[in-house]
Write a protein that binds this ligand. Structure first.
Ligand code: ATR
Length: 293
């Protein structure tokens, strides 16, 4: 007989999260006596919340906005990938009572992107919009996949440079060097020159997320045929940014796949079991469809 366990998500706000429904359905599918609870934790109470994980014996938590970077000092150790990324989205309470931080965002994103678009990343010139925690995780994984040229654009230019430095450091830290070129472009330059000669354009910002569904991270200029445009925002299911890209004939990649695949990887870390991926897809799709009615 399986032991009862509690998992959860630390976020602020947390009401929009699809994780509770996604994991709860997965636990039911595998007949596991586990529960998953959304915890709304403001940043100033994060340290207490992390202590509570240990004190209460919560078996694992997902971590999202705005805690992915802030949580690191409160953990006992980081998995090497989370360390390379510099952000954590999954925390596991080990048998000895210590906490380990992992990051499954980058791997989940790349898995979803490859499955849905079939892109060969080793041949892709990529434009990343945004320079926050999600961009860090995705950037590291794109480099790992052999992307030869990555350009970063962000509202705050300084932060784009910081991300470029972080990724350069990652490239240098690898035992087998990756010959990737990383550049920064200003938003103004992109808006003026409107040259979108990229095989893959990714929005990693939260712009366009419900309820601000009429906003876009930027206006897209004319896109070369066969451009793939990707958005990590999953609510709405198809953002305005993706709708506009589709109108131009681009292939689009929606954000829901990253949510599901980062979740399946975290599920394995939490439980040791392979995640029921179809059940998790169904749970999030049904939930979004229900909300759209
Ligand atoms: P996450 O961990 O989810 O990536 P984050 O670290 O807060 O969250 O990063 C959010 C990203 O979205 C940043 O690149 C942010 O740009 P700034 O660095 O200029 O803050 C971007 N972002 C958020 N709201 C934005 C807006 N209204 N317009 C443009 N960019 C925005």
């Amino acid at each position: 007989m399986e032991e009862r366990k509690l998992f959860g998500i630390l976020a602020h706000p947390v009401g929009h999260s699809l994780s509770p429904v996604m994991y709860q359905q997965a636990f039911i599918k595998l007949g596991l006596p586990y529960a998953y609870h959304p915890f709304d934790v403001p940043p100033e109470r994060l340290a207490q919340a992390v202590s509570a994980i240990k004190v209460l014996g919560i078996s694992g938590v997902n971590v999202t906005i705005p805690h992915k970077e802030r949580i690191i000092p409160f953990l006992d150790r980081l998995d090497p990938e989370a360390e390379a990324i510099g952000a954590v989205n999954t925390v596991v309470l080990e048998k000895d009572g210590t906490l380990t931080g992992y990051n499954t965002d980058g791997a989940g994103y790349v898995e979803s992107l490859k499955e849905e678009t079939g892109l060969d990343l080793s041949q892709c010139k990529v434009l990343i919009l945004g320079a926050g925690g999600a961009a860090k995780a995705i950037g590291v994984y794109l480099l790992k996949e052999g992307v030869p040229h990555l350009t970063i654009v962000n509202r705050t230019l300084e932060r784009a440079h910081q991300l470029a430095c972080h990724l350069e450091k990652y490239l240098k830290s690898r035992s087998s060097p990756l010959p990737a070129k990383i550049t920064v472009r200003s938003q103004a330059d992109l808006a003026q020159n409107k040259s979108f000669d990229y095989q893959l354009i990714i929005n990693t910002t939260s712009v366009g997320m419900w309820p601000h569904v009429n906003e876009m991270p930027m206006e897209l200029g004319p896109l070369p045929p066969s451009t793939v445009v990707s958005d990590i925002v999953y609510n709405p299911y198809e953002t305005l940014f993706l709708k506009k890209a589709k109108e131009q004939g681009a292939t689009i990649h929606r954000g829901l796949g990253m949510l599901v695949y980062q979740g399946t990887l975290a599920f394995k870390l939490f439980t040791g079991y392979e995640a029921p991926v179809d059940t998790m897809w169904e749970a999030v799709r049904n939930h979004l469809a229900g909300k759209a009615k």
